[in-house]
Design a protein around this ligand. Structure first.
Ligand SMILES: [Zn+2]
Length: 195
């Protein structure tokens, strides 16, 4: 890679031990004793100098037999796509999918994934296009559709079953997501399946 030649081993070593993110993308360092390679900014334990070698590209480090570090993900193409909040988003989605039938507040969600409510809202929206609340609504409506089509539960029962505290909030959420009321959705689809 272009800049690697201008970096001395000493400079790279200093960047690695100080976890200097300014050097991310310019080189990678690999550790002989662990078989793993990292970005300069990685916060993993500092290895002994004699066990470290430097590579200008991730593919070169991999060719030399090193595995990408799970922490700093040097195998991901661009530093821009590396997102430390990825797991926060995934955890949030998982919690919502597992608990949609109960009342879930943004505060609770945020404390479960370890960020502030404001921050969670922002990064979730940024990454998925929806707020956690909107995502919860989508999960609930999806589940409600299934219940309406596959069970004999009436609309009210379905609303409570998927986590709504009031029937009007269930109706509104359902209509926002499907364009239909739960009753009409059920009637239309039962009719369609008769053909
Ligand atoms: Zn690493």
């Amino acid at each position: 890679m272009r800049d690697q030649h201008s970096l001395s081993q000493n400079v790279m070593w200093k960047a690695a031990i100080s976890c200097n993110s300014a050097y991310d993308g310019l080189f990678f360092y690999a550790v002989k004793t662990t078989g793993i390679f990292c970005r300069p900014s990685c916060k993993s334990r500092i290895p002994k100098r004699e066990n470290v070698s430097f590579y200008s590209g991730a593919s070169e480090a991999q060719k030399a037999g090193y595995r990408p570090c799970k922490r700093c993900r040097p195998d991901l193409k661009s530093i821009i796509t590396y997102d430390p909040f990825e797991s926060v988003i995934e955890d949030t989605m998982q919690i919502i999918e597992n608990n949609y039938g109960q009342k879930i507040s943004l505060d609770e969600l945020a404390s479960m994934v370890g960020v502030s409510p404001y921050h969670l809202n922002r990064i979730f929206k940024n990454k998925t296009g929806n707020t956690p609340r909107m995502y919860l609504e989508m999960v609930r409506v999806k589940r409600a559709k299934k219940l309406l089509l596959t069970t004999t539960l009436n609309c009210t029962e379905v609303g409570y079953r998927v986590g709504y505290q009031s029937i009007s909030s269930f109706y509104h959420a359902f209509k926002r997501n499907t364009g239909l009321s739960p009753r009409l959705f059920q009637a239309q689809n039962v009719k369609n399946s008769a053909y």
